[in-house]
Design a protein around this ligand. Structure first.
Ligand SMILES: C[S@@+](CC[C@H](N)C(=O)[O-])C[C@H]1O[C@@H](n2cnc3c(N)ncnc32)[C@H](O)[C@@H]1O
Length: 324
């Protein structure tokens, strides 16, 4: 039992010192994706397998984990998790429509390769990250030239690119195997873990929506493995709806991969119960921790970078001071 609702460490998570074996009820983490996001050093490679072995040790029998990943590296992460002893239970897709396509016009590249000047057809504002308040508060505003391919081959390949618009992030659902000799009920009785909290994470019916199914539950549907941003146009929405947040969505928080609190609330509800303890070894600016405080869970987090650790500390402290 922890004396306060959270404990955070400004140190590398490897080894998970000073946590003891079989003490943690759930793992929720958004680790480095290994895709060099915005060229950040900490995102250059996936975490070493060691951290999943460490996590397995401190988790209780049957405990669940949710690990964010990227489309390009999830296969490696899943192998790492499985080889470390976790059972892969599902992959949730967090779907959003406000991801930015990162591609470039191959036609312009062909012009450059052939030594032909592309046509300048105007200017545009290049932006990277923005604050609450929209376009007026753009950071790193920069004017760039709008160009069109000019060479014959360039024109033929005008608009050809290298990647699709990103519209989902996978979240891997894993479980520590249940102790030998126990079934799920026995495990829950002994450890309080081994079952998803499907009741608290139900998706309420939309206003005015007729209940569907042969035995509709008054609190809504069982959470699906798709978590979506945009509402369906067919009259009902059976998925949880949450948009991506922009960097600088909170004034003092500049973490580049900030996760939406609403999404974190949902994930915390899904894999834990009140008064249990959730671990985030790569907490960044502490979004998992905030969701835990809001939902009466205890939180343990690790963050290597002092700057992000300080942001987490401020967020958790401010949160604790809010009238409840
Ligand atoms: C993807 S970010 C998490 C962002 C978080 N979800 C949020 O909403 O702010 C991953 C974090 O892991 C941290 N990190 C990388 N290696 C680490 C390590 N060995 N121990 C602890 N933290 C580490 C990085 O500094 C980064 O802040």
């Amino acid at each position: 039992m922890m004396s306060k609702p959270y404990e955070i460490f400004n140190q590398s998570c490897y080894g998970l010192s000073p946590l003891s074996e079989n003490t943690i009820d759930a793992l929720i983490t958004d680790p480095p994706y290994g895709i060099s996001f915005q060229n950040h050093e900490w995102d250059k490679s996936l975490p070493q397998r060691q951290i999943w072995k460490d996590s397995l040790k401190v988790l209780k029998s049957g405990a669940f984990g949710l690990i964010f990943s990227s489309v390009r590296q999830m296969h490696r992460l899943m192998v790492d998790l499985e080889d470390s002893g976790f059972v892969i239970k599902d992959v949730l897709f967090w779907v959003y429509l406000n991801g930015m396509p990162k591609s470039r016009d191959v036609g312009l590249g062909i012009d450059k390769e052939l030594g032909v000047d592309s046509k300048v057809v105007g200017e545009y504002n290049y932006v990277q990250g923005y604050k609450k308040g929209g376009a007026e508060n753009y950071y790193n505003r920069e004017k760039k030239l709008k160009q069109k391919p000019n060479s014959e081959l360039g024109v033929q390949y005008k608009g050809a690119g290298l990647g699709l618009k990103p519209a989902y992030e996978p979240i891997i659902l894993v479980q520590k195997p249940i102790e030998k000799g126990l079934n799920v009920a026995k495990n829950v009785i002994k450890y309080g873990t081994g079952a998803l909290n499907l009741e608290q994470s139900r998706i309420p019916y939309a206003e005015g929506e007729g209940k569907v199914g042969h035995n509709p539950h008054p609190k809504g549907r069982v959470s699906a493995n798709i978590l979506r941003t945009d509402e369906l146009q067919d009259g009902y929405d059976k998925f949880f709806v949450v948009p991506k947040v922009r960097q600088h969505a909170e004034d003092f928080n500049n973490h580049p991969t900030l996760k939406p609190l609403e999404l974190m609330h949902h994930l915390v509800k899904l894999v834990s119960f009140e008064n249990q303890t959730v671990l985030d070894p790569f907490m960044g600016s502490g979004s998992t921790g905030l969701a835990c405080l809001a939902l009466k869970r205890n939180f343990i987090g690790f963050e290597l970078e002092k700057e992000y650790f300080d942001i987490t500390q401020k967020r958790l402290e401010d949160y604790r001071c809010l009238p409840k």
